[in-house]
Design a protein around this ligand. Structure first.
Ligand code: SF4
Length: 288
């Protein structure tokens, strides 16, 4: 069985940067009270590794002790959360990806200019929550074209997407909103292409590989939005698509009768984990 890995699989620039910053900081703060506010990236193994380096993972500001140090996740936080953390902590390390920061700036400006901001993304995702926090209560999250029906159009609308949004879904949402804006005689709609390059390239490579494969295995955290989107893209092409967090979850039966297996991985999946999965699939292929 031929096993191929999608180009660009694994840690992206934003994740590499965040992990480097976090480990340097943990070294500096060794022996002191240190927290990671939210998962630094959506990968359980990496969250655990950072905990071992001294940064305790917490999901509430109340759990952060006054005077301690805190690492902000690569997905970003709301303005309000940042204020609270800076007020409570002796020092704050912000590892928010620059691509997410850019969306915060766009949304802040749109909000100041009285635009209603529509965010195309997953309302439960940390990045989307952080972006919504910049809309001063005048933002709304849309995850699919269907949700546009219940959208209350405003005079001026700005549209941004989660950095890891599926390009096809974003395109469909933009077109749906433009159509509705036209019917509602809205004065203005501004659209921003905020899908990051790492995501665009990875999605394209995954799509191409899915077209050439009999089975696709997507590696990454189950709560990683960009990993889930790779799964969705592959599932649009193939029936046999599996999402695993590690090599242990692979089952021999999945590969029965298959001639080619494709592997792709989310932006928060470490290279070591991807290698383990690829090697195990190769072994399954050799044993067949
Ligand atoms: S996927 Fe894109 S936005 Fe997210 S951390 Fe990586 S580079 Fe940044």
């Amino acid at each position: 069985m031929k096993v191929s890995l999608a180009e660009g699989s694994g840690f992206c620039f934003g994740v590499e940067r965040a992990m480097d910053m976090a480990y340097k900081y943990a070294k500096e703060k060794k022996g002191k009270e240190l927290y990671s506010f939210h998962e630094i990236i959506h990968n359980p193994q990496e969250v655990l590794r950072l905990e071992k380096a001294g940064a305790k993972h917490v999901d509430s500001i109340a759990a952060v002790k006054k005077g301690s140090s805190v690492i902000v996740s690569t997905h970003g936080i709301t303005q309000k959360e940042e204020e609270l953390l800076r007020d409570k902590c002796a020092s704050v390390l912000d590892t928010t990806c620059p691509y997410v920061k850019k969306i915060h700036r766009i949304v802040k400006k749109l909000t100041a200019e009285n635009y209603r901001v529509v965010i195309a993304g997953d309302a439960e995702h940390l990045e989307v929550k952080s972006i919504l926090g910049y809309t001063a209560g005048n933002g709304v999250v849309v995850s699919s074209v269907k949700e546009i029906n219940s959208l209350d159009m405003k005079e001026k609308t700005g549209i941004v997407s989660q950095t890891t949004q599926n390009a096809g879904t974003y395109n469909a949402i933009i077109n749906g909103i433009l159509e509705k804006a036209f019917l509602n005689r809205c004065a203005e709609v501004r659209v921003f292409n905020t899908i990051c390059d790492a995501t665009k390239n990875r999605q394209k490579a995954t799509l191409e590989l899915a077209k050439k494969s009999d089975i696709m295995v997507i590696v990454g955290g189950k709560n990683s939005a960009n990993t889930r989107r790779l799964f969705e893209i592959s599932a649009g092409i193939l029936k046999d698509v599996y999402h695993v967090e590690g090599a242990k979850e692979l089952k021999k039966s999945w590969f029965k009768g298959k001639k080619s297996a494709g592997v792709s991985a989310g932006a928060s999946t470490p290279a070591g984990l991807i290698d383990e999965v690829v090697m195990k699939i190769r072994k399954i292929g050799d044993d067949k």
